[in-house]
Design a protein around this ligand. Structure first.
Ligand SMILES: [Zn+2]
Length: 90
């Protein structure tokens, strides 16, 4: 047995008489932001809290003399609850 193998066996495996034991844990992951929670209700609250974009309402641009890349300076987004928000380039 080489030194590296001795080190591995001296970890928690030795405390269980050499048997490998794995512990199964259930967690919940918000499918919108990918945050992991132990609590189902908080995870559900997180997922329902996210507003989902449904439409680009408008875009504002600068002329090519100012912005050669062509990306909009700001966009107005409509969300699934009917609200709107303006997002600007940083
Ligand atoms: Zn979330």
């Amino acid at each position: 047995m080489n030194t590296e193998a001795k080190f591995i066996l001296s970890a928690p495996i030795m405390q269980t008489g050499g048997k490998i034991r794995l512990k199964l844990e259930s967690v919940y992951r918000c499918e919108i932001c990918n945050t992991v929670y132990n609590n189902r209700d908080i995870c559900l609250k997180c997922e329902l809290n996210h507003l989902i974009p449904t439409e680009i309402k408008s875009c504002r641009y600068s002329p090519i003399t100012v912005n050669e890349k062509g990306y909009p300076n700001s966009i107005t987004i409509k969300f699934n609850d009917g609200s709107e928000a303006i997002y600007k380039r940083g």
